[in-house]
Design a protein around this ligand. Sequence first.
Ligand code: DI6
Ligand code: FE
Length: 404
Amino acid sequence: METISLWCNARLATLQGGTWGLVDGAAMLVGGDSLLWVGPLAELPAQWRARTTAEHDLGGALVTPGLIDCHTHLVYGGQRAREFELRLQGASYEEIARAGGGIRSTVAATRAASNGALLAAARKRATALMAEGVTTIEIKSGYGLSLADEQRCLALARQLGRELPLAVRTTYLGAHALPPEFDGRADDYITAVCAWMPQLHALGLVDAVDAFCENIGFSPAQTRRVFEAARALGLPVKLHAEQLSNQGGAALAAEFGALSCDHLEHLDTAGIGAMRAAGSVAVLLPGAYYFLRETKMPPIAELRAQGVPMALASDHNPGSSPGLSLLLMLNMACTLFRMTPLEALQGVTLHAARALGLADRGTLAAGQRADFVAWDLDHPNELAYWFGHNPCRRVVVGGTERIR
Ligand code: DI6
Ligand code: FE
């Protein structure tokens, strides 16, 4: 007989209906990896109660959906603390990148690292994110930049998802930077990125395709070629758009029905309109904004006014956001970007799910995956309020409690 577990004595923030969706004295019924029923315990139908085979007391804790980090670059070798020092002495992120540092230095370190070393480092990072209630994570490639190394990094990301109680979605970001062997031949490199895509996809390693459309990255015309290759394979696209300058990348991505456009500090009104029409999610990355000491904020008020869903992510990477706390991103989204605590939590739950094309998670409702977190908090607005503190008490992923 299938185990049906009752999780009771909770204060739920279901995030349904565009609000916190608070339910006190609540219970959730879990069968397999899904939520079968969610609501006040007093309203649990008798026939469900009769089928319950296990019971868990949540001790009155606040429970939210599992957190989703929808934009990370978790698999890479080395670190860039020296580059941080140089930036503090006045060098800019772009100058360092143009001088061959930046992403390229991480590409060299990644290529030189063994599978075991890459996996061990990525596992540590994933474990840190998980400790704060992250149950789904997106991992991009983009530090291999050869067929063999992109394949290695994507396969290691998949392996992490098999080893850990964590759902992993992979994104192919071959068009992240120009590798040294293609110096002066960016168009040829894009041809290679497009040629590798069906091979990586055939290996089951690609859930989505991304590119870095930027003056230090790839042009809109090159990005378009990558997106056309993705479309030919039926793969959804996302884009690092308008991070350091306005390239019209968001509108281009929207033309391809992008799941999301990410960063967006320099997004303009035309880009917002295109995203809205395409239903693309705006993924905001306050960690990179903070760490690069940017001063131009993404156009939050206009995104909000236009009803473009906003997600938040760690953007964990060694160059522009070496942080491993998604909860800190909630706090920064409010302090730096003036988002509301509700928007911040929606940004790491239902809107993050949408940015990954996942309809089965992000809220607490019957039919959703049983991914949820019990917090040592009274109200969900505290998730954005405390910082440098981890109130995560228990985590359930796909119906199974994660033992820490
Ligand atoms: N934008 C970013 O912020 C990261 N990648 C990107 O396209 C930074 C990656 C790095 O500096 O290593
Ligand atoms: Fe990124």
